[in-house]
Structures are given as structure tokens and as C-alpha cells.
Write a protein that binds this ligand. Sequence first.
Ligand code: NAD
Ligand code: WQD
Length: 343
Amino acid sequence: MAILVTGGAGYIGSHTVLALLERGEDVVVLDNLSNSSPESLFRVERLTGKKVIFYQGDIQEHHLLDHLFRQHDIHAVIHLAGLKSVRESTEEPLKYYQNNISGSLIVLDRMRHAGVRQFIFSSSATVYGPAEYTPLTESCRVGQTTNPYGTSKLIVEQILAEFARTAPQMAITALRYFNPAGAHESGLIGEDPAGIPNNLLAYLAQVAIGKLAVLPVYGNDYPTSDGTGVRDYIHVMDLAEGHLKALDNLRPGFNVYNLGTGKGYSVLEIIQAFERACGFKIAYQINPRRAGDIAECWSDPTLAAEKLGWQAKRSLEKMVCDAWHWQSKNPQGYGSCAPLVGG
Ligand code: NAD
Ligand code: WQD
């Protein structure tokens, strides 16, 4: 029995594949490498001493999916493949709707055709839009998304809910990630964004290694403790473990869980924590607010604790230390050194 992980070569995917292999699961990865490197999976193999069955291809390729479901005894799909740049989605919305919505539909359709009934979807706290109240619970209003990326996640959630209603044998879980950060403690796998990073921790880490000059802090006039935006940063290995718990607790129907820590930190608090980890000052400057940003966003993770038996274990200190370890060991990400192992 194997688990299909779409997008498994990416940031969250590689950490999730590692966690799955470590507990003895067989894993098949489908990834078109549009935002990742196969090196991440070579390193996962090296860390675990186990093989990943890897297919380079697109989730929109019906025949490839059919081949994969025929060839391997897949009992569950963890669907992480997707485009995730908020900024790019505002410039090319159709690309995001095509890849993230049509792509998800095709995966669902082919897995149903193959008789696979278990599905976990990478959703995002972005579906909540501007918070009605914090901390955010799963019953907060959704639908006020501020960009096409967020809308694509929301629409897929709605499709999954409808599908589950008409196919009661299906067990579908959407995991709403808050702000994934950090890296595996080995420093061998981590986040390797293409181009200029959008996300705070990725940008900060590149300033720390000298690849970027100054961190722009987007606004210090929010109604928060120090005026900068507050988010719920979650260690990527806690997130990976959340997928294992979600898999173990799949129930018929459609269920949604927040994966966050329940704590919010401001941008300045993150910078200070990072400075403690790397041992020197980070250059930053206060810029105007970034369009579409909200003041604060943090989770109430109680439902995941109650229903999945999951909660984040790793501290902010651990998160920034692991992020720094990864970045300093791999200044150019996966492109920085010769491959560690062959395929
Ligand atoms: P990532 O870009 O590192 O990983 C996504 C992977 O999907 C990449 O390896 C990419 O090559 C692959 N991919 C994209 N489109 C594909 C397609 N059509 N066919 C096959 N492979 C394809 O991103 P990530 O941070 O690991 O995010 C994983 C998932 O989690 C995404 O769906 C993302 O939207 C979601 N998510 C991410 C965050 C975050 O901040 N990182 C937060 C919430 C939700
Ligand atoms: C965090 C805080 C910024 C960069 C995004 C997506 C969301 C999800 C996670 C996928 C904010 C501030 C940032 C910088 C800064 N992704 N910041 N300087 O915006 O909470 O969420 O990533 O699903 O959908 O919207 O994350 O890391 O971009 O920002 O000051 O260079 O850091 O203003 O307060 P965000 P982020």
C-alpha cells in the first residue's frame, strides 16, 4: 500500500515525504518540478535510507495519473501540488485557477476512477481573508479572499465539500496551514524559493546570508503590539506530522482543520528571534504596508488537537534556528552544491 504525494518535491512536500518514509510508508511522488528540485527527494532518501518512487509530471496529465494508480497500490492521496505565489496570482489569475483548481479536479476524478477514497488537501489560512475575530477557528466565516491564489484554495475546498456530499464513501480532509517556516533539523532540506522570496522567513534568511541587502518590513502602523503584522508561524516538521495524524484520522465526509500553533508573533519579534539564532543584527527598513496584508492572523488549533491528536511541538526558537541552519548550509538552496546522492 502506498501514498501518493503530489507536489512532494516542494518545501512542505519534501518534509512530509520524509515523515511518511520514517514511519514506514511507501511513497509515490508526482511533481512537475515547476517550483522544486529533485535534489530535495535525493536528500530525503539519504536522510531516511528509503527510496521514493518519483514521477516527474503534471497533475493535469490524466494518463499519467491513471498509469500511476494502476502501477502502484495507492490507498490515499496527499495533494500538495499547487502554485503558491500571492503576487504572481494577482498578475496571472487564470494560471492559478487552471493549475490549482483544474489540477485538483483532475486528481480527484482520476483517483475516484481508480477507487481511491482517501484525500488530504493543502489548504491555507488565506481562505479566512480578513479575520472576523482571532484566534481563527474552523467555523469562522470564509470567502473574503483577497487574491486569486486564496480564491483557488477556497474554491477547491468548496468543490471537496460538494463532492464528499455526493460520494459518502470518500474521506476528505482539508488542512488550513498557517505560516509554514523552518526546515528539517539536519539542514539538508528546507525552503528554496525561486527568485525573490515573498514570505518573511525566506526573505529574512536570504538577508542573513547576504544574498539580499535589507529586509523590507511592510508597515509598522497596524493595531498590534509593536505595529507590525502578526502571524502564526508553524515549524514545517510540525506541519509534516500533522499530515500523518490527518491520514490516521480520516473520516468519511469532508473535514477541515487548522494547522497552526495558536500563537502569534510580530514581524519585529521574528527578526529578533532570528538575530538570536544567527548571532548578528539583520538589516531591515520600515516600508509602507503591502497591498492585501492584514494586521493579524493566528489560529485556534483546538479542533486538530481534539480530532487528530495533533499539536505543534516546536518553538519559535527551534523554527528560526532550523531556518538559519538550512540557509547557512545551503546559501544557494539546492543549487548551491553538487548533488548529495544519485537517484
Ligand atoms: P512548493 O512550491 O515548494 O511546493 C509545491 C510543489 O508542487 C512544487 O514542488 C511544484 O513543483 C509542484 N507543482 C505545482 N504545480 C504542479 C502541477 N501542476 N503538477 C505537478 N506538480 C506541481 O510550495 P509549498 O510551500 O511546499 O506548498 C505546498 C502546498 O501547500 C501548496 O498547495 C500551497 O498552496 C500550500 N500552502 C503553502 C503555504 C506556504 O506558505 N508555504 C501555506 C498554505 C498552503
Ligand atoms: C508574514 C508577515 C508581512 C515579507 C502568505 C500567504 C498565505 C500563505 C502564507 C500560502 C506579514 C510581513 C513579509 C517581507 C514583511 N501562503 N513581511 N516583509 O502574508 O501571512 O501569508 O504566506 O497559502 O496565503 O498570503 O505571509 O510571510 O508573506 O508575511 O514585513 O519581506 O511578514 O507583511 O505581516 P502571509 P508572509
